[in-house]
Design a protein around this ligand. Structure first.
Ligand SMILES: [Zn+2]
Length: 384
């Protein structure tokens, strides 16, 4: 075997052992050997290396059962950290996540919609500093930052091409944030970050093919195929909000006519509601729906029809095992779930109906932050 191949195999074996430790710990050396098919000698060598590097420690507990008692091993969550950041129109969230994927601390801050790009970045810098101090985490233990935000993101170069919601355009976010914090930074669309969290610990756990739909101030989705985020050529795969469903319909803020978002997004619902009543917020529309005011019933009924159509179309295109609905509209108006489910019964093609689970996200508050931090760990952690 070539030296290069040997090194690669060594690294793969080490990663395999660490993966098992992360998911099955506490676990004994002998059980890892059984699971990997590697020799106990190899396992002992790899575990020794990992112990020296600080990834693994022995626990007090011992495995009971037949034969000699074995000391158990566990992963050290505090060996390293990543920071997940969510930037939204009116909210800024920063969380620090440890090596085993636990959120150590989560800060939520209001964001002024008129706040400039640089003001937001400086705020992020200050919050990270604060979290590090509060939790006594050294900069050397943080391997990087990851930002999730709404919009068209060039994730390879960390550039926000366009974010209508934040009103940012061609912003070199990864580079600018790195200059300010000196940490490495990755950037991606917020729904793509969130589906990483769903598949790590949420409703898409153990699923290789899943779709997350975000329904709120915007409308979009992210698609996980064969365990990988499906991005398409320019990272825009899943932007269902701008699929045209009625060429004679409403004008969209993208300039086209009849985009799906113009029947479902909060802004569109508000605009239609204001044709009937002097409405100040989306919450007021939702309350009117609960009060069974006919205009609100009509508008939300139409929205639920189009949500069901979107689900039905996504199912035909990608045949996922699970579809997760998330976002402000679902959280603030849980009553709409029933309407969506009834319409799904009507619109979903029979062969696909049995194969899919349509569920609701339970990571609402921290999904993007956690997914971003997990993604940073995946991309930035290189085992020696
Ligand atoms: Zn549009």
């Amino acid at each position: 075997m070539e030296k290069h191949d040997q090194l690669l195999m060594k690294r793969q074996n080490k990663n395999l052992v660490l993966d098992i430790l992360k998911t099955k710990s506490p676990i004994s050396r002998i059980d890892i050997a059984k699971m990997t098919g590697m020799s106990p000698t190899s396992i002992t060598r790899i575990v020794n290396e990992l112990q020296l590097q600080g990834y693994v420690r022995e626990t007090e507990a011992v495995a009971s059962g037949v034969g000699r008692k074995a000391t158990l091993l566990e992963v050290c969550g505090d060996v390293l950290y990543t920071v997940g950041i969510e930037i939204d129109k009116s909210l800024l969230k920063v969380g620090i996540v440890n090596y085993v994927g636990e959120i150590v601390s989560l800060h939520k801050n209001k964001r002024n919609e008129s706040e400039s790009y640089m003001e937001t970045l400086l705020k992020i810098k200050a919050i990270i500093r604060k979290i590090m101090d509060e939790n006594d985490i050294a900069a050397t233990k943080i391997i990087g930052l990851a930002v999730g935000l709404p919009g068209y993101i060039d994730y390879k170069n960390g550039i926000v091409k366009v974010s209508d919601q934040l009103k940012w355009k061609d912003a070199s976010l990864a580079e600018d944030l790195k200059k300010l914090t000196s940490f490495n930074v990755i950037v991606d669309n917020e729904l793509k970050m969130k589906i990483v969290a769903e598949s790590f610990t949420g409703k898409a756990k153990d699923s290789q093919n899943s779709i997350l739909i975000g329904i709120g101030s915007g409308l979009g989705s992210s698609i996980m195929l064969n365990g990988e985020i499906y991005r398409g050529e320019t990272n825009n795969a899943g932007e269902i909000g701008h699929t045209v469903i009625d060429p004679t319909g409403n004008v969209c803020n993208c300039g086209k006519i009849g985009c799906l978002a113009t029947y479902i997004s909060e802004g569109a619902i508000l605009a239609d509601s204001r044709k009937v009543k002097d409405i100040s917020s989306i919450e007021e529309v939702f309350q009117s729906y609960r009060d069974r005011e006919p205009w609100a019933l009509n508008i939300m009924d139409r929205a639920s029809t189009y949500i069901a159509l979107a689900i039905s179309n996504l199912l035909c295109l990608y045949n996922p095992e699970v579809i997760i609905l998330s976002g402000n509209t679902i959280e603030k108006l849980p009553e709409i779930k029933q309407a969506i489910e009834q319409k799904c019964q009507l619109y979903i093609w029979e062969p696909l109906k049995q194969a899919v689970r349509i569920v609701y996200s339970e990571l609402s508050d921290y999904g993007v932050v956690l997914g971003a931090a997990i993604q940073a760990q995946h991309l930035m952690l290189e085992l020696e």
